[in-house]
Ligand binder design. Structure first.
Ligand code: NDP
Length: 442
């Protein structure tokens, strides 16, 4: 058996799941040479085949009532991908694009990301094709409560601990947890990203964006560079993008852009922290960037990657937001670093261009692992009934991002001393999960 034959099998069997095939291809491009290098046995290849299959896929109907008293239906999902290292852990996404393909891709990525944190976290992902856009607060509440009415029977602190993702922020987690508590009559903190007053951790909201910047700083340090006075393009204007932008500004970088589904805002001299706060409050009120006015900033519907030159690029919106042409434009702009805040924002063409170029490329599995890492810290605080201060959580986040960087260097350093962070993250995460699966007799 070989990784080539495993990939062919996946391509045939799941030809209807192109995004899942994409993430498996990317992973096997790193795992294949590694397994050859360590003289993997046939049993190892069989175990790898097993790793690609989720332990459990749950799909259910969600019935809820809209404000006009109409009954509405959506499909809910939870993919419990791998529990070798601990309870399934990963976010819930509410977006009309959600389907089994997208959730399998996200769940598969989560295996290696969670392993990289060094915490006892298995991997899962879930969500619904429910579209939160344009919904009233009552409708969001009605939907989330209906969603939990089914999900609750599949989750638990030692089984599966969901969190947020696109379309699921603090408000939705609060409503989901409120319903869970009412059903099971337990205060076990089964979701992470909760409000501070009911068991949430300091620093969880900020963790993914801040963690991404801590990781980028470590990457830059390998070439004796810092974030100070570097120009940055950030895509997205949600949780990850805004906290990445804030941390960049704090560290002395110049954040030129933020984007949404419609287009991007560009301010050549950089947004201020106050302006990012303003954008956050406007986006929370479901406004589009096209309707948000910032002095000195202009709005465009073009491609931020092609149009805007910067030293650093942080895709923080969604999967496949950078294609090959756009990646080449980023390289031609003379970028020093690309760090993926979103999950798999670079398609395979883009990935190959970044890997072949002379720039630092940080893959999502490593760069955005800070969110799940602080979720793991939230679980520890819930289990011990002792909340930690923001300073303690931030210090631990910095340490974990530093350890992940170290793991990438360990497994990704090439003969010419350069670091391939894609190989480093894939192999570093894989080795930990694989050892656990072996030890468990799986
Ligand atoms: P949010 O819902 O808070 O924000 C998503 C942002 O991306 C919004 O600005 C949204 O635009 C934009 N966006 C969404 N879909 C598209 C699209 N198809 N095209 C262009 N722009 C789009 O999500 P998060 O910030 O939480 O998540 C962003 C990414 O980070 C996702 O890939 C997620 O999986 C990943 N991630 C998130 C973590 C977390 O802790 N939240 C942890 C690890 C990874 P609009 O405002 O128009 O909707």
């Amino acid at each position: 058996m070989s990784t080539d034959s495993i990939l062919q099998n996946v391509k045939q069997k799941y030809s209807h799941q192109p995004i899942f095939i994409q993430t498996v291809t990317e992973f096997l491009e790193s795992a294949g040479p590694y397994l050859t290098f360590v003289n993997a046995t046939d049993e190892d290849y069989k175990r790898l085949k097993g790793l690609l299959i989720p332990e459990r896929i749950i799909s259910f109907r969600v019935t809820w009532t809209d404000d006009a008293q109409n009954i509405q239906y959506n499909t809910g999902y939870r993919i419990q991908y791998n529990s070798a290292l601990g309870p399934y852990k990963g976010g819930l996404r509410f977006d009309p694009s959600v389907n089994e393909d997208i959730l399998k891709f996200l769940g598969f990525e989560q295996i290696f990301k969670n392993a990289l944190t060094g915490l006892p976290l298995g991997a899962g992902k879930g969500g619904s094709d429910f579209d939160p856009k344009g919904k009233s607060d009552t409708e969001i509440r009605s939907f989330t409560r209906a969603f939990m009415t089914e999900l609750y029977r599949h989750i638990g602190i030692e089984t599966d601990v969901p969190a947020g993702d696109i379309g699921v922020g603090g408000r939705e987690i609060g409503y989901l947890y409120g319903m869970y508590k009412q059903i099971v009559n337990k205060n076990e903190g089964v979701l992470t990203g909760k409000g501070i007053s009911f068991g949430g951790s300091q620093g969880r909201t900020e963790a993914t964006g801040y963690g991404a910047i801590y990781f980028a700083a470590q990457m830059l340090a390998t070439i004796d560079e810092t974030l100070v006075r570097k120009t940055a393009v950030v895509s997205g204007s949600g949780n990850v993008a805004l906290y990445a932008a804030r941390k960049l500004i704090q560290e002395g970088a110049v954040v030129k852009t933020l984007s949404d589904r419609g287009g991007y805002l560009v301010k050549q001299e950089g947004f201020t922290a106050v302006e990012t706060d303003f954008i956050e409050s406007e986006k929370s009120a479901r406004k589009s960037l096209a309707d948000i006015s910032i002095e000195g900033a202009t709005y465009s519907e073009g491609s931020v990657w092609i149009d805007v030159q910067a030293d650093l690029y942080f895709p923080c919106a969604t999967q496949n937001e950078i294609n090959g042409v756009q990646a080449q434009a980023i390289v031609d702009h003379g970028a020093v670093l690309v760090a993926e805040g979103a999950n798999m924002p670079s398609d395979l063409d883009a990935l190959h261009i970044f890997k072949g170029a002379k720039l630092l490329f940080g893959p999502a599995k490593a760069v955005n692992a800070g969110g799940v890492a602080v979720s793991g810290l939230e679980m520890s605080q819930n289990a011990s009934h002792l909340p930690w201060t923001a300073e303690v959580v931030d210090q631990k986040l910095r340490e974990i991002m530093g350890q992940i960087h170290q793991t990438c260097v360990q497994y990704g350093t090439k003969d010419d001393s350069s670091v391939d962070y894609v190989d480093g993250a894939n192999i570093g995460g894989f080795v930990r999960v694989f050892e656990a699966m072996k030890g468990l007799g799986w």
